[in-house]
Design a protein around this ligand. Sequence first.
Ligand SMILES: NC(=O)c1ccc[n+]([C@@H]2O[C@H](COP(=O)([O-])OP(=O)(O)OC[C@H]3O[C@@H](n4cnc5c(N)ncnc54)[C@H](O)[C@@H]3O)[C@@H](O)[C@H]2O)c1
Length: 449
Amino acid sequence: MKKSRRSFIKKAAVGAGLLSTANTWGKGSNFYISKMKREKFSWNDQIQVAVIGAGGMGVADANTASQIPGVKIVAACDLYQGRLDDAKERWGKDIYTTMDYKEILNRSDVDAVIIATPDHWHKQISVDALKAGKPAYCEKPMVHSVKEGMDVVNAQRSTGKTFQVGSQGMSSLGNEKAKQLLAEGAIGKLIYAEGFWARNSPVGAWQYAIPDDASEKTVDWKRYVSNTTDRPFDALRFFRWRNYLDYGTGVSGDLFVHLFSSLHFITNSKGPDKVMATGGLRYWKDGREVPDVLLGMFDYPECEEHPAFNLSLRVNFVDGTSGSTYLKLVGSEGAMDVKWREVVLRKNEAADPNSDPFLQGKSQESMASMAPKRKKMTGPKEYLYKCEDGYLGAHYDHFNNFLTGVRDNKMVAEDAVFGFRAAAPALLCNDSYFNNEIIYWDPNKMKLK
Ligand SMILES: NC(=O)c1ccc[n+]([C@@H]2O[C@H](COP(=O)([O-])OP(=O)(O)OC[C@H]3O[C@@H](n4cnc5c(N)ncnc54)[C@H](O)[C@@H]3O)[C@@H](O)[C@H]2O)c1
């Protein structure tokens, strides 16, 4: 039996509603562990998938997609010959390979495409894929600049094809548990959220290896820059594209966007209305155009979905001490640390009604208050939610959601509207940083104020 994502979420929410607060967090030890479970889906027929941009993430995406029963990789497109050769070795000599993504879109044996090119190609390939009738999974951030966002939204709306953006965390058990806990009131009223990505290595800071054979003979450079500034061949700009604004979107487009996707999924938010960023290039001075430390601050306005709250995000590529990534939601009654595989909920200490200094003074007037107070029993304050052993992970779940949408010809949670609302504040961080200004955004209308 096929289960749409919508019915799965609805079922989870109803199930959650049946549990009283006490049953959910009120029993057990001080560190209460609960297992998170994934429902099973079943599959009937084959979906043939092509990957456009068969580099690091394109390979990871295609490999994850092909773990799902009934999915076959049939074609690959890339602008570097080495990647096309690898694709044939990886997915079979008979797969179709090309440097022109339009050839992929014209093929009747391709049912859906994965778009995992550098960011400056996301919009055009997504729009062309949808218009060619191909459902598409496009890597994050959905677009390279805010002005491109509505083109993808409109292409999805006019074609009605399934389109999903690749912030896989939001399909995770961790994000779903956090969404459920927030809705149940586990942390009270949302006040503040924060998140970060910390890295401390050359590869983490995007200093990737350049293949020995990199040249205009093996790379279709002309095609690569055909939608941006025309420049002579530069292997750094091709293989380390994240460092340059013509192709990448800096640390905010690359990494903040994951935190926005998770936060918006958990809170049902449409996004902030005020964006401020600062930072600098502190350490990786290798000719890059983007900062390696970025701090973003965001105001989320009160709306139907949530109260007004503040968000603070940071990326630091020169930090080897803070762990790697983190998202925390703080409410009036507690806080949650949310990871894709784990949620830690901490409840606030209950305020002691006798701690009011005025009441204390009053009570000392009576002799009874001289007697020691009898101690009380307290309940658990910290709860750990962990995935069951064998959980296949967020990436698998995200592809499962996408391919379920493709089979049923339905929309998925991280569609073009969601993807744009997650990308926009991340991209506006760059505008705020480079132009040294506060940016006002209308998250409902998805345009600058
Ligand atoms: N969801 C995640 O966790 C995650 C992780 C890493 C990367 N990404 C995203 O995936 C995308 C790719 O990143 P990457 O790290 O794999 O980069 P990469 O450089 O390893 O791969 C990009 C590939 O795209 C190819 N390419 C460039 N222009 C093309 C075009 N017009 N047509 C076809 N192929 C083209 C390049 O030759 C290269 O092989 C980016 O948008 C990035 O933000 C997502």
